[in-house]
Design a protein around this ligand. Structure first.
Ligand SMILES: Cc1cc2nc3c(=O)[nH]c(=O)nc-3n(C[C@H](O)[C@H](O)[C@H](O)COP(=O)(O)OP(=O)(O)OC[C@H]3O[C@@H](n4cnc5c(N)ncnc54)[C@H](O)[C@@H]3O)c2cc1C
Length: 329
């Protein structure tokens, strides 16, 4: 139903409906994120996952499966960044193996002529074993990426990881790795201060709302506050001296960023829009058609379960889509 065709209702009723929807949505999101650790849910989704619905959000289980997807996106004017799905590595040998795998991914992107870069999670590179392990691995990737004239993004994980992630990012920049960027989350109270601290580095920052379930002692419990903070932070970033990746599917925020960039004369090579593979693909193409840089985060790998659950948690309709596919079997 088009918005103009919806029955009229009073402003008070609209506020109540929108509050109810927000409460339901946060309850839904919380429920899904908690059930991610439930053994039955884990087994069910693992058994039916990629075949029945995960492929909408995960480009494939191997790099070879994904390369045609990357090239198709490139042909549509979209840049890509890719990640090997996985997190929370608990031993050094695995962290080294993951780093080796990323070295191969960087090489393959270059030899296959893909316009894109990689994004890594520090817990995948060994952050649980100490910052020194993660630093050593991420610095190795930064050097490898620089030698291939490409870029490395460090994703942001849950709030307990923010200090270590920003320390490692600053350490990398201090060591001259200027081809590295990271991520800030508008859901966290602390982010405004983090941005102030990062500004002198002229950082390359991706701004997101935040995908993790956080306690209200560290994060805004209301979505409206997360959105308002996103808008404020985006404005600050665009006015700052670095590069800003506006990573959202929120059309209202995207329109706001376009308006601010026009008003303040922010050059189009100083910011880009980023979205996730499989989410709002037409909006991605519309922005390309308007001459904006758009990057699609296109992760792959066999360890897709936590990522898929976070994607499903964002929208009740995603879960319905997934459940319908399972029931159709
Ligand atoms: C490129 C990229 C990288 C990211 N990296 C990180 C990171 O490093 N750390 C982190 O914590 N989070 C990351 N995220 C996730 C982010 O924090 C949000 O959880 C996610 O983007 C959903 O929020 P939204 O900004 O799209 O806004 P929302 O308000 O959640 O959604 C706005 C609109 O977008 C559409 N939409 C949003 N999500 C979905 C979905 N899953 N399925 C269908 N429609 C949807 C809907 O139309 C919705 O109304 C990343 C997101 C993107 C796009």
């Amino acid at each position: 139903m088009k918005r103009t065709e919806q029955p009229a209702s009073s402003p008070a009723m609209q506020t109540m409906t929108s509050r109810a929807a927000t409460t339901l949505n946060s309850a839904f999101r919380g429920g899904i994120l908690i059930s991610t650790n439930n053994a039955v849910v884990t087994r069910l989704v693992h058994r039916h996952g990629v075949r029945l619905g995960a492929s909408r959000f995960v480009a494939g289980e191997t790099l070879d499966e994904c390369l045609p997807v990357f090239k198709r996106l490139n042909a549509q004017g979209l840049r890509i960044n890719t990640s090997i799905l996985g997190e929370d590595v608990q031993d050094e040998a695995t962290a080294t193996a993951v780093t080796d795998a990323y070295v191969d991914v960087l090489d393959r992107l270059v030899t296959e002529g893909v316009d894109g870069n990689v994004a890594v999670k520090l817990t995948h590179l060994g952050l649980n074993l100490g910052e020194a392990v993660a630093y050593q691995n991420v610095a190795r990737l930064a050097v490898h990426a620089r030698d291939r004239s490409t870029f490395l993004r460090i994703d942001m994980e849950e709030s307990a990881r923010v200090d270590a992630t920003l320390r490692i990012y600053s350490q990398l920049r201090g060591a001259g790795h200027d081809n590295v960027g990271t991520v800030l989350q508008s859901s966290l109270y602390r982010t405004d201060d983090d941005l102030t601290e990062l500004f002198p580095l002229r950082p390359n920052l991706r701004l997101v709302k935040g995908a993790y379930l956080e306690h209200d002692t560290v994060a805004y419990p209301k979505k409206a506050d997360v959105d308002a903070n996103y808008q404020r932070l985006a404005e600050r970033m665009l006015r700052g001296g670095g590069f800003t990746a506006i990573a959202t599917h929120d059309e209202r925020l995207i329109a706001h960023v376009i308006a601010i960039a026009r008003r303040d004369g922010v050059p189009r090579d100083r910011f880009e829009f980023q979205m996730l593979y499989g989410i709002r693909p037409q909006l991605q193409l519309d922005l390309v058609a308007q001459g904006y840089r758009v990057l699609v985060a296109t992760p792959y790998g066999s360890d897709w379960y936590p990522y898929l659950m976070r994607c499903l948690a964002e929208r009740p309709t995603n879960l319905l889509f997934f459940a319908r596919n399972i029931l159709r079997r």
